[in-house]
Design a protein around this ligand. Structure first.
Ligand code: F6P
Length: 554
């Protein structure tokens, strides 16, 4: 589908938006007591309430019609069928195959990839069990109790987010670190907390060529060799997670210490593959498998449920409505669970690297705005930081509020307090406060009319700010898996409707190439460099200032 904004279905939504312009969300709730039942869906242990979006039956019907016009169902089937839907890289997109437990076989180019998936999963399980059981030890025969995952982007954010989210399931006595930044302070700070005899380094990189990861891995190797380990001990302390066997070997990691995945696994969709090794080592393979099973349950729901009852589809469509018809250029992800504190960082990559595109899959310019800016922090912290703008700022910002009804560690009345905030925020964003209400409130507080006049405008909340609430009983591994898969499929659906290829990321290339050119122009410690002249005046000037400072290093 190209030019989605030129379709009659898009026009119908534009008319809906115009017709609803002066209708408040509060009024929609007052007019329809069944709004909550009407605009909510349940799947894989998750409950999505999307009733606090400015959606009516006409809007919902027209959004579904839009999805049909974009041939969403056919696109979904093509993905699950292993077709080359990542057209610019000539690849299939089959991360659901990594978490399939139905014994369905997935194929890519006629090859049964499910067999490879099962074999690799078994290899991971054997390795985890050996590390946990002591069959696999360090060079001085001590157990490997610390892991350091060295990766970036999809080879870091997913495992890090999930490991943090599963903190209540951590195996006693085990420690996990994640190093991503090429800033040497990241690896140095981490190594300062590690013992070479008990540390396992996991070099996670799909390509095994990423500058940040390879630099950090080399530094870790040097540190290991300088701190008691010998060349022949590297095999005990370094494993690789990659698609690039050749580069893994060149780094010095033997094939038996490499855990493989495949080009049809996108980096930001890879935590279900060998890239999830750090998760499995920290929580145990059984818990990791439960995570996969939760995602599989969401896959089954997504592939077989009609669009209006389909959770990823409806989450995607509310997003399209807010982005393209309500003017929301930013979208907040607000988990009311401290263990989900890396979720929005993870979703920034998942969403913005997937749908931050300005041309359609065939290269034609897109016909409408595409992926929004994703940001967020756990509630309630965000409430005391940036929610002011959500409530009273000049931009409409949509938001997903996510909460478990039961905490993993019920502590006094903390969780009721947390949940009361979770509920109050979406209520406040939806209802707002009219000027009349603000004035009455100030009057009831005993303020004199001039003071009321002065303060009233500041006390008005426009309301009608769109939110989704995603509820689960508890943040179990299964529910976490379902939640991540929900977002993956949401992103996919939106990409299909906007007509972009959600599975490439050419936008990251230009900066990488320029950094390679600039690197040799930068002074090493104490080095004098000639004046920079190969760039624009700004870049040259910055290089010169940096070099002048670095020349002073003794
Ligand atoms: O630069 C972006 C990117 O290619 C991401 O898409 C990817 O997740 C990340 O770099 C890391 O790549 P790799 O796993 O190959 O090191």
């Amino acid at each position: 589908m190209t030019g989605i904004a030129t379709t009659p279905q898009w026009e119908a939504l534009r008319r809906d938006a115009d017709a609803l312009e002066d209708v408040s969300l509060r009024a929609l709730f007052e007019d329809d007591p069944a709004r909550f039942e009407r605009y909510s869906v349940e799947a894989a242990g998750l409950f999505l309430d999307y009733s606090k979006n400015k959606i009516t039956e006409d809007v919902a019907d027209h959004l579904i019609a839009l999805a049909m016009a974009a041939k969403l169902e056919a696109a979904r089937d093509a993905m699950f069928a292993g077709e080359e839907i990542n057209v610019t890289e000539g690849r299939a997109v089959l991360h659901p195959a990594l978490r399939d437990f139905s014994m369905r076989d997935y194929h890519v180019g006629g090859e049964n990839v499910s067999r490879q998936v099962r074999a690799e999963r078994e290899k991971m399980k054997i390795f985890c069990d050996a590390v946990h059981g002591g069959g696999r030890k360090g060079f001085t025969d001590k157990p490997l109790t610390t892991i350091v995952n060295i990766g970036i982007g999809g080879s870091d954010l997913g495992p890090l987010m999930a490991t943090e989210a599963l903190r209540p399931y951590w195996i006693d006595g085990r420690r996990a670190f994640f190093v991503s930044n090429v800033d040497g302070q990241h690896i140095a700070d981490t190594l300062a907390q590690c013992d070479p005899e008990t540390t396992l380094f996991i070099v996670a990189s799909k390509t095994f060529t990423t500058q940040e990861t390879m630099t950090n891995a080399e530094t870790a190797k040097d540190w290991f060799l300088k701190n008691g380990g010998g060349e022949s001990d590297i095999a005990k302390h370094f494993i690789a997670l990659s698609t690039n066997a050749y580069a893994v070997k060149a780094f010095g990691i033997a094939p038996e210490n490499m855990f493989e995945f495949w080009d049809w696994v996108g980096g930001r969709y890879s935590l279900w593959s060998a890239i999830g090794m750090s998760i499995a080592l920290q929580v145990g393979f059984d818990i990791f498998e439960k995570l996969l099973r939760g995602a599989h349950a969401m896959d089954e729901h997504f592939r077989s449920t009609e669009l209006r009852e389909n959770m990823p589809v409806m989450l995607a469509l509310t997003g399209i409505w807010n982005r393209n018809f309500q003017g929301a250029a930013s979208h907040a992800v607000l988990p009311y669970d401290q263990h989900l504190h890396r979720l929005s960082a993870y979703l920034q990559q998942a969403d913005m690297e997937s749908n931050g595109k300005r041309v359609e899959a065939d290269g034609a310019p897109v016909s409408c705005a595409t992926g929004p800016v994703i940001f967020g922090e756990p509630g309630t912290n965000g409430q005391h930081a940036f929610y002011q703008l959500l409530h009273q700022g000049t931009d409409i910002i949509s938001a997903d509020f996510i909460a478990p009804a039961i905490s993993q560690s019920e502590t006094g009345d903390h969780h009721e307090k947390l949940l009361s905030n979770f509920l109050a925020q979406t209520e406040a964003l939806m209802r707002g406060k009219t000027e009349k209400e603000a004035r009455e409130e100030l009057k009831a507080q005993g303020l004199a009319p001039p003071e009321i006049d002065k303060l009233a405008p500041h006390k008005v909340f426009p309301g009608g700010r769109p939110t989704n609430s995603i509820l689960m009983d508890k943040l179990t591994p299964e529910h976490l898996g379902a939640l991540i898969a929900l977002y993956e499929h949401k992103i996919f659906c939106q990409g299909v409707i906007w007509g972009v290829n959600s599975f490439d990321q050419w936008g990251v290339e230009l900066g990488k190439v320029l950094a390679k050119t600039i690197l040799p122009e930068l002074a090493k410690a104490g080095e004098e460099k000639p004046v920079a002249k190969d760039h624009d005046a700004s870049t040259n000037g910055l290089i010169d200032r940096i070099n002048a400072a670095r020349a002073k290093i003794k």
